[in-house]
Design a protein around this ligand. Structure first.
Ligand SMILES: *[C@@H]1O[C@H](CO)[C@@H](O)[C@H](O)[C@H]1NC(C)=O
Ligand SMILES: *[C@@H]1O[C@H](CO)[C@@H](O)[C@H](O)[C@H]1NC(C)=O
Length: 252
């Protein structure tokens, strides 16, 4: 009798523990990848090149695909190697840098669809006045309010052909970041950390020179992220000599 009662008690305790262990809700910050993904160049896009599909009369279904895709298509990571020949390649980035904390600098109310908008040091300082200092070893996401344009390339790039016109991070803001903070990565909800009209990519070069990775085409539409203190899980395809890679980004 007693043994049975003790067992019941044990099971009850295990059950209570299991119920109280709720994982926080993950939020997907990634666009999906397909032929319609807006790209810089039509030679660098996702293409299905082979498919093996079988549906047998016994009910068995089987499919596998071969695809080619740009390292820098859809939601993706820019490895520091992208603009720094001595920088980390995709597979070299320490996993500790990819599982980190995040903050969001939301300037969408200031951008108001203006494709010439650039994030300046004063926007970073303004964020710090409201939300306290940017923490060390974090990933800064900048919300320009641009994700809703993603499904129309002309609107997303701000033009069908270069010069493009979408917001980005100014060289001055990139300098401010590397001189005053120790951040792991910087992400944007546009095609590039540099603004669309840039042809010299100073922000890419400043971040890459400091082994800071970039995240581009991050989906920040209606994600209701807090401004700070959430966790980020950033998992690019582990391409050995990669300059970047398609990436799943999850906030927790
Ligand atoms: C994309 O946006 C452009 C510019 O606003 C517009 O002319 C075009 O019709 C749109 N394309 C689609 C498929 O909605
Ligand atoms: C990767 O880079 C190394 C060092 O530069 C080189 O020896 C190797 O051939 C490269 N591999 C591929 C697949 O590009």
């Amino acid at each position: 009798m007693y043994i049975i009662k003790i067992y019941y008690l044990l099971f009850a305790v295990i059950e209570i523990r299991a119920k109280s262990y709720n994982l926080p809700k993950p939020i997907d910050l990634s666009h999906s990848l397909d032929e319609d993904t807006p790209n810089w160049d039509k030679n660098f896009k996702f293409r299905l090149i082979d498919q093996d599909k079988q549906e047998l009369s016994n009910g068995m279904f089987y499919i596998k695909n071969n695809f080619i895709a740009a390292e820098h298509g859809s939601t993706h990571l820019d490895a520091p190697f992208h603009f720094n020949k001595n920088g980390w390649k995709t597979a070299d980035i320490p996993i500790d840098n990819l599982i980190s904390s995040g903050i969001v600098i939301d300037v969408s109310n200031k951008v108001k669809n203006n494709g010439d908008f650039e994030l300046l040091p004063e926007h970073l300082e303004e964020w710090e006045k409201i939300h306290r200092e940017i923490p060390q070893n974090t990933v800064i996401l900048v919300n320009f309010g641009w994700s809703s344009k993603y499904n129309n390339r002309t609107m997303y790039y701000g033009n069908a052909e270069p010069p493009y016109q979408f917001p980005g991070i100014s060289a001055a803001a990139a300098e401010w970041i590397i001189n005053t903070k120790k951040v792991l990565g910087v992400g944007v909800d546009t095609p590039s950390t540099d603004c669309g009209k840039s042809t010299t990519y100073p922000t890419h070069r400043i971040l890459s020179a400091n082994n800071i990775f970039g995240l581009e085409n991050v989906d920040l539409e209606n994600k209701n992220l807090p401004s700070r203190d959430f966790d980020l899980i950033i998992l690019p395809v582990k391409i050995k000599n990669g300059s970047g890679g398609p990436c799943r980004i999850v906030a927790v």
